[in-house]
Design a protein around this ligand. Structure first.
Ligand code: DHB
Ligand code: FE
Length: 309
């Protein structure tokens, strides 16, 4: 059938029941998930407009249904025909563009991850709010570090989140590399209070060369590369119902901030330590909030898995 006005859409649409699409969309009940309601409502609107504008017949429609059914019947653990159909229509690529554009435009981001490295130890000592993880080093740069652990999407403080922290001594050695240090020195686990706050004393970290007395050092030598990591502190932040974040923060003043041997520096993880006056326990202060994505909200970002890592 040709359109009465020779253009697509509106004139043809008026030849069909003008109330039909709204009736289908409005059939959705009040308990439906709001995002699902938005997506399915929009899909019905666009599909109906498409069917009207193209005056799709039942034969054409059943051919399309048959194709979808065959794609499903053919799909199994080794063959994903539905995804193939979506890809050749550009839909996955468009969703990929939308997802990365949203992430780039967002004013804020969840706490970025960084490598675990070889020196994490499980079961670091549990400390109370405000304790120090430092044994010894009275003249070193003791630092009050504090902040909150927040739900990235809602900004709500997360109570009882775990802040697992570890870093080296001023000699550049983790306690596990250094027989001079007490066991588990410079490592600790803290838990946030009901207001999502944590508070601890640590050291302002020091740059150091990774151990270069083995094959890794040999390869660095062959590649004419230096072994330095910029001063950093490691963390694993975890909380019930949230995706754990393995990360590090880096001291902006470090000369190796731009050429980390392990390539782990990200701008959002570079911090500025502030001088602290009048505190016999610390010369420096650092405030830092960690932002975690809940498994519930993670579904929105296509985050795989709904289990605690
Ligand atoms: C590496 C990472 C570290 O955090 C570290 O302290 C030493 C080595 C690494 O990835 O090799
Ligand atoms: Fe490290």
């Amino acid at each position: 059938m040709s359109k009465t006005n020779g253009t697509n859409g509106t004139a043809a649409a008026s030849r069909f029941d003008p109330n039909f699409t709204a009736a289908v969309i409005n059939a959705t009940g009040p308990k439906a998930n709001p995002r699902l309601k938005q997506l399915v409502g929009g899909l019905v609107q666009h599909l109906h407009d498409f069917l009207r504008e193209n005056e799709v017949t039942l034969d054409e429609y059943f051919a399309a249904i048959d194709m979808i059914n065959r794609a499903g019947q053919m799909s199994n653990a080794k063959r994903n025909e539905g995804q193939l159909l979506s890809d050749i229509l550009g839909m996955e690529s468009l969703c990929d563009e939308i997802t990365s554009t949203l992430a780039a435009e967002a004013a804020d981001q969840p706490t970025a991850t960084a490598i675990l490295g070889p020196f994490w130890r499980k079961d670091a000592p549990a400390y109370a709010m405000g304790d120090s993880i430092v044994k010894g080093f009275p003249d070193a740069d003791h630092t009050l570090m504090h902040g909150r652990v927040l739900d990235f999407d809602t900004g709500t403080p997360i109570a009882n989140a775990e802040v697992d922290i570890w870093h080296t001594a001023p000699n550049g050695l983790y306690e596990s590399q250094d027989p001079e240090q007490p066991d588990m020195n410079l490592r600790g686990r803290f838990h946030t209070g009901p207001d999502g706050r944590y508070s601890l004393y640590c050291l302002r970290p020091t740059k150091y060369p990774i151990p270069d007395d083995g094959p890794a050092g040999e390869l660095l030598g062959l590649l004419d590369r230096h072994p330095w990591r910029p001063a950093h502190i490691h963390f694993i932040i975890s909380a019930e119902g949230y995706k754990s974040v393995v990360t590090q923060i880096f001291d902006r003043r470090d000369e190796h901030i731009t050429d980390d041997v392990a390539f782990a520096v990200k701008e959002s993880l570079v911090v500025d330590f502030a001088p602290r006056q009048g505190d016999p326990k610390g010369k420096f202060e650092l405030e830092y909030d960690f932002k975690l994505v809940s498994f519930e909200a993670g579904k929105k970002y296509g985050m795989p898995g709904a289990k605690n890592a």
